[in-house]
Design a protein around this ligand. Sequence first.
Ligand code: AP5
Ligand code: MG
Length: 216
Amino acid sequence: MRLIIFGAPGAGKGTQARKICKHFDIPQIATGDMLREAIKKGTPIGDIADQYISKGELVPDIVILDLINTRISQPDCESGFLLDGFPRNLIQAKALDDSNIGIDAIVELIVSDNIIVERISGRRTHLSSGRSYHTVFNPPKVPGVDDITKEPLVQRDDDHEETVKKRLSIYNEAILEMKDFYNKKLDKIPFLDIDGTGNVAEVYAQIITKLDPTRE
Ligand code: AP5
Ligand code: MG
């Protein structure tokens, strides 16, 4: 299974990606999580990424393509993977297409902007793993603490109102261009539009019914 998940900032990509990856036993490749980890470690890529992420802008394509190519060539990706946060614009979509990695399906979570604001404002993140929670909709077992490592949860630096608005406007423009690109491809990839407004379990049920209709 080689999958892509699209969705606006805060639409629930990371939340659903984790469940889908567990179901198919494939790795989740989340560029945002990888970049935040690089920032935390203070690597050269992290130093570059920080300048863009903090402003809600996209990190340069050359950095992202290098990151993705390195990650996808690792042995755990041989039987598949799920891309969360990549491709992010037309250049990245074309680069992925040129690499001739067959993609089995693209899932798009559709969520309105007012719900996005609600979800992002209550989000709490475990930075090392990328696991995200919500104070109301998806709370951790102990408030402010990651369920698995018991480490503290934080609010992401780019989850402030102005930055979120910027991220949303970049996404809304890019998704139109990418959809147009995928629609025009001769070997069309199944594009699954998913109503992302229900609770986590409801959204997941819709996705898995489409991706794996034969499951027990
Ligand atoms: P990235 O980390 O990819 O952020 P994003 O796309 O803005 O998406 P988010 O992670 O904010 O949201 P999500 O959809 O994963 O939602 P989540 O599941 O957490 O990228 C960050 C930055 O990195 C970019 O701005 C850019 O600078 C850079 N970057 C990354 N990739 C790049 C690339 N390819 N090229 C260039 N730059 C790149 O859920 C959100 C909240 O809602 C949580 O609190 C969750 O608990 C809750 N929730 C989830 N589902 C539900 C539900 N069904 N009901 C109620 N609450 C829910
Ligand atoms: Mg995410």
